[in-house]
Design a protein around this ligand. Structure first.
Ligand SMILES: [Fe+2]
Length: 617
């Protein structure tokens, strides 16, 4: 047996992944255990979980691998500082203590934190090689073009590579400070959202705007070359040396200072969001075309934070030269832990790789699970009157009955998802046909006023009857976007059309029903699709199937099981707290069901205290 532990840490979204004899045995983000969103500390709890899942001790590990090369990263910091000196002194001296104390001593810290001896080798894989490995090795393809795109690793910010059998090779790279990820983050920052987490909101804002600034961005900020490379004019940015993303020259170009996070979103911000989205898509299209040229493969795999831009993925795929696409579900830095471990197994140890037709990601259900005994003990301890329903057919009927009454269901089953999306393991579900569902879920459950609709989970066998995709279409990880079919859309009244065009209040616009499944239809009729199949997700599939049999609608609203700013729930206790602190109507954990009327609600004070634990994002 060969056990390889992959680790990503000390930047953003720490994680651990365990690969045993080439199989992905476990993978999880540290935030889920510590309940600190995007926790970047050493993933002690995630490591402990991975080892427990495999039933081994740290001393049984054969290799430990870190997802990047700290010395090279430090080298980039130092060189960037020297290039901009003395301007970057403040940000440099802020970063320095952490580097001296922690990041330069990662091998020693790994040994200390894991309690492993000097005999266990520790490997360091290049940041973008980790991303590339996470995209290719679990994919269903024998060969593929690989594209990685993120903010920055050591020096690389984007790469094109080739995967063939059990090897990957990076063929070309773009180097810091030129970075598509950081360009997108600069607009995220400028539009008043949090860098490294608000990018998804900016993408959701784009359909409300018009890409009026796309020309300006390409004329002044980024020069996209036909060979897929690009250069940025750094006088518009402050990130290499400063503490801000954008410079005053940037602010002048786009007509004012960055938006205050709590101030209203103006049409200008929506137009900026639409513009940077278009430029990102154009850049990705050129990079994909170049990747195709270099590799000649029909298959494309993607990873890196930018690959979470499912709108761009969908477009690149529809318009591009590739026949097949696979995106690593944990496309951000958490996925680097998995990529690094697989890199050691295939590339360094030379083990063969047999791609499985579905992929090797196992639906991304790679995290911890619970047992009915544990759940029973929890409800007992907390005095929660839960009903045990062992017949799964009956359970599905009961849950569907609740859903069709427009009740909101907290749904917890099987293993936790690896990656930022909830895929039916730790989800909150609702009836997408209900015109009030979107507002209800946003205001009473998530405690946010959102301009973004929710994502649809849809039976794969019916996806083409509701969305503009071919029969058998797969998007199991919610990483592609598709349009709601015209036949499912509603005709807007004159008044509604006017509101859609002009109303500055996005919450009013988002509440105009655009289709017969309004809760999951965006203003431009797009939807972030998750296809659900029996193989990857049997119990969730059975629930959707039952819902379909009763309603003729094979779609449910699927949003992550958490409140705003909270990591997705990990344990039954996390789920119970979230259920009690919100207006989720029904909680289902494995074979147990709790209805809100039956449970004793939290006092207003406890509820406030619970919600105050999470910093708003
Ligand atoms: Fe990265």
């Amino acid at each position: 047996m060969t056990a390889i532990l992959g680790i990503s840490a000390y930047y953003h979204d720490s994680a651990a992944a365990l690969v045993v004899d080439g199989d992905i045995v476990a993978a999880a983000q540290e935030e889920r255990f510590t309940r600190v969103k995007h926790d970047q500390r050493f993933p002690t709890a995630a490591v402990r979980y991975c080892l427990a899942e495999a039933g081994i001790a740290a001393s049984d590990l054969d290799y430990v691998v870190f997802y990047e090369k700290p010395l090279q990263k430090f080298d980039r910091l130092l060189e960037t500082y020297l290039a901009f000196a003395p301007r970057g002194l403040r940000s440099f001296s802020r970063a320095l203590p952490l580097w001296l104390k922690t990041k330069l001593h990662i091998p020693r810290l790994l040994r200390r934190d894991l309690g492993i001896s000097n005999n266990v080798p520790i490997a360091f894989v290049d940041h973008h090689e980790s991303h590339a490995a996470s995209a290719f090795f679990p994919s269903p393809f024998r060969d593929a073009a690989i594209v990685t795109l993120d903010g920055v690793g050591e020096w690389t910010t984007a790469s094109i590579g080739r995967g063939d059998g059990n090897r990957i090779e990076l063929l070309s790279r773009i180097r810091f400070p030129h970075s598509l990820g950081l360009l997108y983050s600069a607009f995220t920052y400028y539009c008043g959202f949090k860098v490294n987490s608000g990018e998804y909101k900016l993408m959701g804002l784009a359909p409300y705007g018009k890409p009026l600034y796309a020309g300006t961005i390409r004329k002044h900020l980024i020069d996209l070359k036909d060979d897929g490379s690009f250069r940025m004019d750094m006088s518009y940015f402050d990130y290499p040396a400063g503490l801000r993303m954008t410079s005053s020259k940037f602010h002048e170009l786009f007509g004012g200072p960055p938006r205050d996070p709590e101030s209203p979103i103006l049409q200008r911000h929506m137009d900026l969001a639409a513009s940077i989205q278009v430029v990102t898509e154009q850049a990705m299209a050129k990079i994909a075309a170049r990747a195709h040229e270099l590799t000649g493969s029909r298959n494309l795999v993607l990873a890196g934070g930018v690959a979470l831009n499912c709108v761009a993925n969908g477009k690149v795929f529809r318009e591009g030269p590739f026949t097949n696409l696979w995106v690593q579900p944990a496309a951000g830095d958490a996925g680097g832990a998995l990529g690094a471990a697989l890199f050691v197994w295939h590339q360094l140890l030379g083990h063969a790789r047999t791609p499985s037709p579905r992929d090797a990601q196992q639906g991304s259900f790679l995290g911890p699970r619970t047992t009915n005994a544990e759940v029973a003990a929890l409800f007992d301890r907390e005095g929660v009157p839960a009903e045990r329903i062992d017949d799964d057919g009956e359970m599905m009927e009961r849950v569907v009955d609740q859903l069709t009454k427009e009740n909101i269901v907290g749904w917890f089953q099987g293993r936790m998802e690896f990656g930022p999306r909830a895929l039916g393991g730790r989800s909150i579900l609702g009836d997408p046909r209900s015109p009030r569902m979107q507002a209800a879920m946003n205001l009473k459950v998530k405690f946010r006023e959102s301009f973004r609709p929710f994502a649809p989970a849809v039976l794969r066998e019916h996806v083409h009857e509701w969305f503009d995709v071919p029969a058998g279409y797969e998007s199991p990880y919610m990483l592609l976007v598709a349009d709601v079919l015209e036949s499912r859309r509603t005709t807007l009244t004159e008044e509604e059309r006017e509101l859609m065009e002009r109303d500055p209040d996005l919450r009013r616009r988002v509440n105009v029903a655009r289709s017969v499944i309004p809760a999951v239809t965006h203003v431009d009729y797009s939807a972030r699709l998750q296809t659900v199949d029996r193989d990857r997700n049997p119990r969730f599939h059975a629930l959707l199937r039952t819902f379909y049999e009763h309603t003729g609608c094979p779609v449910l609203v699927n949003t992550s099981f958490n409140v705003r700013g909270e990591p997705i729930v990990c344990t039954p206790a996390d789920a119970l707290r979230c259920f009690l602190a919100t207006e989720i109507d029904v909680l289902v954990i494995e074979n147990f069901m709790v209805r809100k009327e039956a449970a004793r609600p939290l006092s207003a004070e406890d509820r406030r205290a619970h919600l105050a634990r999470f910093e708003l994002d």
